[in-house]
Design a protein around this ligand. Structure first.
Ligand code: NAD
Length: 260
């Protein structure tokens, strides 16, 4: 059913986005790959995907802090591969610090990449989905779209924001065959969490592995981080016809973090 659809996954050069790219590609979905990587590396990655999965691909390294560049990127992607049927807003960054010293530049970057970029991509991708009366928008939020943690003011603001954006766009798209959902993972084993683990290891003078275990069990009932591909498989399910009634939801995949 999904073969030949076109998906854009922001931040698909690493972590959850990259794992999701492989899972969608396995279904024969054409891919717009994106992330902070050189043109040359990106072109090589896109070529690898094309050959391995026999799909059409495109790579773009637009910096999502630049709204005009996002417009140019989406226009180019649609001109090259056609309507974007599946939009996965996944790119994100983190910075942890108390509010009193939190750098304004970091705040601006986190809001731009983790929240405003999704506004721009959704705004540009929806008209094509509306025309086809079919579409899937999946925003990779976080448990931090539902609850707070210390030192994550910008991240929690952006993630709570994207959950709100998800709900509004779901309401506006409900009669157009388009579902819009937010996925809310707990800890996922990707480069994004490495700095936090390293900081904890240094502070407590313990190994990286011990710090990782402590970080996870501080918040989750399940003692392990999720693997990126688990999030990708969840995203694939949300693209399926079976999931057509799930819309406007913020769906935790968090080892019972938010159950407590
Ligand atoms: P990651 O660091 O492995 O990947 C981040 C991706 O975003 C990369 O492809 C990177 O190139 C891209 N990116 C970063 N800054 C960018 C910019 N300025 N412009 C364009 N692209 C940019 O991170 P990840 O853990 O895979 O995170 C993916 C998403 O999942 C993020 O939105 C994150 O908040 C969310 N998330 C992660 C976890 C976790 O524990 N890892 C938990 C919940 C939610």
């Amino acid at each position: 059913m999904l073969k030949g659809k076109v998906a854009l996954i922001t931040g698909s050069t690493s972590g959850i986005g990259l794992a999701t790219a492989h899972i969608l590609a396995e279904q024969g979905i054409d891919l717009i790959l994106h992330g902070l990587m050189s043109e040359q590396e990106g072109a090589a990655m896109a070529e690898e995907f094309s050959v391995k999965y026999q799909i059409n691909t495109l790579f773009d390294n637009t910096d999502l802090r630049d709204a005009d560049a996002i417009t140019r990127f989406i226009n180019k992607a649609i001109a090259s591969l056609g309507t974007i049927d599946i939009l996965v807003n996944n790119a994100g960054i983190q910075h942890t610090e108390n509010i009193t010293t939190f750098p304004a530049g970091k705040w601006n970057d986190i809001i731009a990449i983790n929240l405003s970029a999704a506004f721009h991509t959704i705004q540009q991708c929806l008209p094509g989905m509306q025309k086809n009366n079919w579409g899937r928008v999946i925003n990779v939020a976080s448990v931090h779209g539902l609850v707070a943690s210390l030192q994550k003011s910008a991240y929690c603001a952006a993630k709570h924001g994207i959950v709100g954006l998800t709900k509004v766009v779901a309401l506006e798209s409900a009669e157009q065959g388009i579902t819009v959902n937010a996925v809310c993972p707990g800890w996922v084993d990707t480069p994004l969490v490495n700095d936090q683990v390293a900081m904890l290891a240094e502070k407590n003078e313990v190994s990286f592995a011990q710090a990782k275990h402590k970080l996870v069990t501080n918040k989750q009932a399940l003692p392990d981080m999720a693997e990126p591909k688990q999030i990708g498989e969840f995203i694939l399910f949300l693209c399926s016809d079976s999931a057509r009634s799930i819309t406007g939801a913020a769906l935790p995949m968090d080892g019972a973090w938010t159950a407590q």
